[in-house]
Write a protein that binds this ligand. Sequence first.
Ligand code: AP5
Ligand code: MG
Length: 207
Amino acid sequence: MNVVFLGPPGAGKGTQAVRVCERLNIPQISTGDILRKAIKEQTETGLKAKAFIDQGQLVPDDVVIDIVRERLAMPDCQNGYILDGFPRTVPQAQALSGFARIDAVVDIEVSDDKLVARLSGRRVCPACSATYHESRLSGKTDCDKCGAALIQRDDDKAETVLNRLKVYHDQTAPLIDFYGKQGLLRTVDGSQPLDDCFADILKALGV
Ligand code: AP5
Ligand code: MG
């Protein structure tokens, strides 16, 4: 099954994609994670992307479209995948339909006020990208999965978060209509507790 996870920053796309991918044994393809790795490794793509990400702006379409086209051609994508954070603009969605067949689009909905609290409390593992929220860490500062010291993402600072939300409403939310018209959209309430949201996503995908 080839699935797109849509939703505003902080909706839980990454958190839920990890769980659904484990369940279905398919890869999670997060363009955000791929770009952050490229920045860390100072590749040409990383150098191009950094200024956009730091300001909460989208990286240019051609850069992310090339990344995803190459990634989907890899053998582990043959039995399905979850695209987490791509497409994010109508041109990206149009490009995707030229090189992939999407079976379902899960839109995880959460109101803006909740998103700000989620993002400001998010902690991530710089080594394995595992994601946590400080309210559930009970004071722990290391990654449960690999032991590395957790960090706050640079773009989770308050002013950048507000910009990311604006960019989402302006440029990404139109995809709800785009995929709705194609009959692919499944909407899930992302403000529920993690396990309930997970159960609703599995139900929406019929798995
Ligand atoms: P990206 O990394 O994709 O960030 P994003 O879309 O802004 O989404 P997030 O990763 O912030 O949120 P999420 O929905 O994954 O939430 P999470 O599960 O972590 O992109 C970063 C940047 O890269 C972009 O701004 C852009 O510059 C660039 N980029 C990436 N893709 C691009 C593209 N296609 N085109 C152009 N540019 C691109 O959860 C958030 C927090 O909430 C966590 O702390 C979590 O523990 C908590 N939480 C999750 N679910 C729940 C719940 N049900 N209840 C309570 N807490 C919860
Ligand atoms: Mg994410």
